[in-house]
Design a protein around this ligand. Structure first.
Ligand code: HEM
Length: 404
C-alpha cells in the first residue's frame, strides 16, 4: 500500500501515458464524480470522450470568444466595478458560473441575482467533490463535507437538471420529427448526451453527474486560475509599474503571463492513479495494484531541466520550456488530458500569429477586462489563503477598481 510520487517533468509525462494506471484522484467525491468522463477508464472512457469532443471544435471556440465571452464578462463586471471595493473570488465565480452553466447545458430561466447566487453556492459545494481527497480537516468535518456534496447534488437535480433535461428531450424529439432544424438545438454537453443516450449507455443519474461535472470542471479550475493570475500580475506591476501599460497594450504578452501563471499554479496540483496490474514506472520502480501513484504536476512544472534555472519564479520572458507546453502539465497529458484547454488557455502563439484574430482563452480575456478597469489589490485588506486544503487556493482576495 505504498504511495509513489513522481516529480520529474518527463517522468510525469510518461507516467500519465501508462494505459494500466487508472484515475483515482476523485474516489472520495463519488456523489458527483462516479463514472463521469474523468473517472472512466479504457473503452468506456474512449467512447464517451470521442462523443463529448464533438462540442470542442475550433469554430465553437472562435464563436464563443468573439460573440459570447466579451458580453458576459462585461455585463458581469459592471456592478462590481461600480461597487469599487470587492472580492476577486466573488467576481471570478460570477464570471464563470453563467458561462459554464450554458456550456454544460444547465438552463437559467430566471437570470436573477438570487438564481446566480444559488448556482455559485452549488458550484462552491461541488468544488469540494474535486478537492476532498486533499482535505486536511477532522473526520467529522470530512463526513459533513461529503454529506453536503450529496445534498448539493439533490438540489441541483431538482432545481436545474430536471427542467433542463426535459427541455432538451422535447427539443430533440421536435428535431427528429423535422419540426425544428439542427441549428435550433442548444450547443451544449447535455443536449449532446440526450441525443446520444442509447449509444453511450447513459442512464439519467449518470447524465446528471456528467452535467454537474462539466459545470464544475469548467468553472472551478478557472476561478482558481483567475485568482492566481491576478496575484502574479499585481506582483509583477509592483516590481515594475511600467508593466501595467504593456499588459494592456500587448494582449499576446498578457496571454504569455497567464500561461506562466498556469504553470506555477496548476488548478489540480497532483494527478492520482491506481495500477490495474503491476506497472513499471519511468524511474524503474514497480507499482503494484495496492499502491497509489501520485504525479505532482506542481513539482513537475517547476523542474529546472524543463524550464531553466529560474523555474520556480514567475518569468513571462523565460527562454526555456518544453515544446507546446508553456504551461507545463497544468492541463494534464494522456487520455484524460483536459478537453477545455483551448477554451481556458487559448491557442499557443506562433511567430506568424495575428494578435487581432488570435484565440486568447477565457482567463486572458477576464484578466484583460479587469486590468482595463484599473484593478488593484485592496490597500486596506490583504488576501487570505485557504488553509483547509493542501491545494494552494485564495479564499478571499479583496480588490479595488480605479476606472469605470
Ligand atoms: C484553467 C482551467 C483548467 C484547468 C487548469 C484544467 C485542468 C485539467 C486537468 C489537469 C485535467 C486532467 C485530469 C487528470 O488527468 O486526472 C482536466 C480534465 C478535464 N477537463 Fe479541464 N481544466 C481547465 C478548464 C476546463 C474547462 C473550461 C473545461 C470544459 C468546459 C474542462 C473540461 C475537462 C474535462 C471534460 C476533462 C476530462 C477529460 C477526460 O478525462 O477525458 N476543463 N482538466
Amino acid at each position: 500500500m505504498a504511495t509513489i510520487t513522481v516529480t520529474g517533468f518527463r517522468e510525469a509525462q510518461q507516467t500519465l501515458s501508462i494505459a494500466d494506471l487508472k484515475q483515482s484522484l476523485y474516489d472520495e467525491g463519488a456523489a458527483l464524480m462516479d463514472r463521469v468522463l474523468v473517472t472512466l477508464h479504457g473503452e468506456e472512457h474512449r467512447r464517451r470522450r470521442l462523443l463529448e469532443m464533438k462540442i470542442f471544435k475550433k469554430d465553437f471556440f472562435a464563436y464563443y470568444e468573439t460573440q459570447v465571452l466579451p458580453k458576459v464578462i462585461r455585463e458581469t463586471l459592471l456592478p462590481f466595478v461600480a461597487a469599487v471595493r470587492v472580492d476577486l473570488i466573488d467576481v471570478a465565480y460570477q464570471c464563470m458560473v453563467g458561462l459554464t452553466a450554458d456550456f454544460a447545458g444547465i438552463d437559467r430561466p430566471l437570470r436573477t441575482e438570487a438564481e446566480t447566487a444559488d448556482l455559485v453556492r452549488l458550484l462552491r459545494v461541488f468544488g469540494n467533490a474535486a478537492t476532498i481527497g486533499q482535505f486536511k480537516g477532522s473526520r467529522e468535518e470530512f463526513a459533513a463535507l461529503k454529506a453536503s456534496i450529496t445534498q448539493g447534488m439533490q438540489e441541483f437535480e431538482a432545481r436545474y437538471f430536471n427542467p433542463s433535461v426535459a427541455r432538451r428531450v422535447a427539443l430533440v424529439a421536435q428535431f427528429r420529427q423535422g419540426v425544428i432544424a439542427e441549428d435550433s438545438l442548444p450547443r451544449d454537453i447535455l443536449t449532446l448526451l440526450v441525443r446520444n443516450e442509447e449509444q453511450v449507455d447513459l442512464p439519467r443519474d449518470m447524465m446528471l453527474r456528467e452535467t454537474a461535472f462539466y459545470f464544475l470542471a469548467g468553472a472551478h479550475t478557472s476561478v482558481h486560475s483567475i485568482s492566481h493570475v491576478m496575484h502574479e500580475l499585481f506582483e509583477l506591476c509592483a516590481r515594475d509599474p511600467a508593466q501595467r501599460a504593456r499588459l494592456l497594450a500587448e494582449p499576446l504578452y498578457l496571454q504569455r503571463c497567464v500561461h506562466e501563471s498556469f504553470r506555477l499554479h496548476p488548478a489540480s496540483p497532483v494527478s492520482k492513479r491506481r495500477p490495474l496490474c503491476p506497472v513499471t514506472l519511468a524511474q524503474g520502480e514497480v507499482a503494484g495494484v495496492d499502491d497509489t501513484v501520485v504525479v505532482s504536476l506542481f513539482q513537475a512544472n517547476r523542474q529546472v531541466d524543463a524550464f531553466g534555472e529560474d523555474a520556480a519564479a514567475f518569468n513571462p520572458q523565460r527562454a526555456k520550456s518544453p515544446p507546446h507546453m508553456p504551461y507545463g502539465l497544468t492541463f494534464g497529458v494522456g487520455v484524460h488530458s483536459c478537453l477545455g484547454k483551448n477554451l481556458a488557455a487559448g491557442d499557443i502563439p506562433k511567430a506568424t500569429t495575428d494578435s487581432n484574430t488570435h484565440q486568447y482563452g477565457t482567463i486572458t480575456l477576464v484578466a484583460r477586462e479587469l486590468l482595463m478597469h484599473g484593478v488593484r489589490p485592496d490597500p486596506q485588506e490583504g488576501p487570505q489563503q485557504d488553509l483547509s486544503t493542501e491545494r494552494e487556493t485564495w479564499l478571499r482576495y479583496p480588490i479595488v477598481f480605479s476606472l469605470p
